[in-house]
Ligand binder design. Structure first.
Ligand SMILES: Nc1ncnc2c1ncn2[C@@H]1O[C@H](COP(=O)(O)OP(=O)(O)OP(=O)(O)O)[C@@H](O)[C@H]1O
Length: 419
């Protein structure tokens, strides 16, 4: 099990106007610090203008010049590696509209080098699958869109969402590792009142806002100590991300920011959100299990090799069932054992459970088939008929049983005397 808090990264979108409103400080051990400096006049109408500087700490902040490849190498590759090792992983981008979430997660269409985390991670995974010959990999990809709180798998022609748990997994070895990777591009975190929408678009925006509001509630609940109830079930988004937030997952958040003057308040609120997320503790466990069908196949092989080992030790080739010849020999042995008057005589069957079980069941049948005194019912007559040939055997068994009855009676009598 790996206990860790959600990792938070920041990415600043390139802007044409150079901005002196923020500064970055990178320290190898501690991470990156992002500082916003807001002159009082600028702060008016946007944020609390009593405060002029805001400091936020991230694992690392990628400044405007960062390449898509840097993002993949530093953020996505470690998550993909842990997914390959059998842990669940999630990367989600959060930030205001236009701050670069889609560019980061999916990528830009203009240049090949603009491809984002999804295509790069998929090609990394498939490259690994083709190079690793000692394992069998099965991949299922779904492209989930949450629209008005309903999930759609965009790759699925039936137009409904398949739950990851319901997907088939093919057997590859007796041990199966199943891990899921979520790459999430959230909707813009801006408030609805800013968008000035109406009609259907307003309805969509309300749903988006509501699901981000529920996401915030889950994150607040998780970052507070001693909260027993986490409201995951309030929305589709939080239900899907249940494992990623406070569950069995290695989760990473990328806060995307635009740092020009008019977007400063949103960038600060994105950073505040990220600081809360950084408090959430996850417990990632290795999702390893045994495949029952393969386990049976493995056990069969083990039984076969044990049989071979046994036949080498005993020098006898053994079948599952006794052969006719073996049964005949056992019958002779059993008869001479029963006929022997010596009470100390033993029945030597060797270390062979098949023979031991055969003799026990044969003896049991003899006892059950013994005719009781004064037998009159048709059942008993048939039993007596079948026993005709074994008269001597029956006599001996009857003697044994009578002796046993007497012993029981004596025991009962003694018991009564003492009580
Ligand atoms: N790091 C970057 N380098 C170059 N262009 C970028 C970068 N980030 C964003 N862009 C460009 O900025 C525009 C807006 O970015 P994007 O669509 O990724 O924003 P978004 O946060 O996903 O917005 P929305 O919330 O509306 O989905 C796009 O044209 C995108 O190509």
């Amino acid at each position: 099990m790996v206990n860790h808090t959600i990792k938070i990264f920041g990415r600043i979108k390139p802007t044409e106007k150079t901005s002196a409103l923020y500064s970055l400080d990178d320290e190898e051990q501690v991470g990156s610090t992002l500082k916003f400096v807001v002159p009082r006049d600028l702060a008016q109408g946007f944020i609390n203008n009593k405060k002029e500087s805001y400091l936020f700490r991230f694992q690392k902040i990628f400044d405007q010049g960062a390449k898509q490849e840097d993002i993949f190498e530093n953020i996505a590759k470690p998550v993909a590696d842990s997914v390959l090792a059998g842990y669940n992983g999630t990367i989600f981008a959060y930030g205001q509209t236009g701050s670069g979430k889609t560019f980061t997660i999916t990528g830009g269409a203009e240049h090949y080098s603009d491809r984002g985390i999804i295509p790069r991670t998929l090609s990394y995974l498939y490259e690994h699958f083709s190079q690793e010959s000692g394992m069998v990999y099965t991949t299922h990809v779904s492209y989930l869109e949450i629209y008005n709180d309903t999930g759609y798998d965009l790759l699925e022609t039936r137009q409904d969402m398949s739950r990851l748990e319901d997907l088939p997994r093919e057997p590859g070895s007796a041990t199966v590792r199943r891990s899921k990777l979520h790459l999430v591009d959230l909707a813009g975190s801006d408030r609805v009142y800013k968008t000035g929408l109406n009609g259907q678009l307003l309805k969509e925006a309300k749903y988006i806002n509501l699901s981000l509001h529920f996401l915030e509630q889950v994150i607040i609940a998780l970052s507070e100590k001693n909260r027993s109830h986490i409201p995951y079930r309030n929305s589709m988004l939080t239900s899907v991300l249940r494992d990623s937030l406070g569950g069995n997952c290695m989760t990473t958040m990328i806060a995307t920011m635009a740092v020009d003057k008019r977007n400063l308040d949103e960038s600060i609120s994105t950073c505040r959100f990220a600081q809360r997320v950084a408090l959430i503790k996850n417990e990632a466990i290795l999702n390893e299990e045994l495949d029952p069908a393969l386990l049976i196949a493995r056990l069969k092989m083990e039984v076969q090799s044990l049989k071979e080992e046994l036949s080498m030790l005993t020098g006898v080739q053994r079948e599952d069932q006794l052969t006719e010849d073996e049964i005949n020999k056992l019958e002779v042995l059993l008869r001479s054992y029963l006929d022997d008057r010596d009470p100390e005589v033993t029945l030597d069957l060797g270390p062979d459970m098949r023979k031991i079980q055969y003799c026990f069941s044969r003896l049991k049948r003899m006892i059950l088939e013994k005719p009781s005194r004064g037998a009159t019912s048709p059942d008993q007559i048939i039993t007596a008929e079948t026993m005709k040939g074994d008269a001597e055997e029956s006599r001996r068994l009857a003697e044994m049983l009578t002796q046993r009855d007497n012993e029981i009676r004596i025991l009962q009598y003694n018991h009564m005397e003492h009580t």
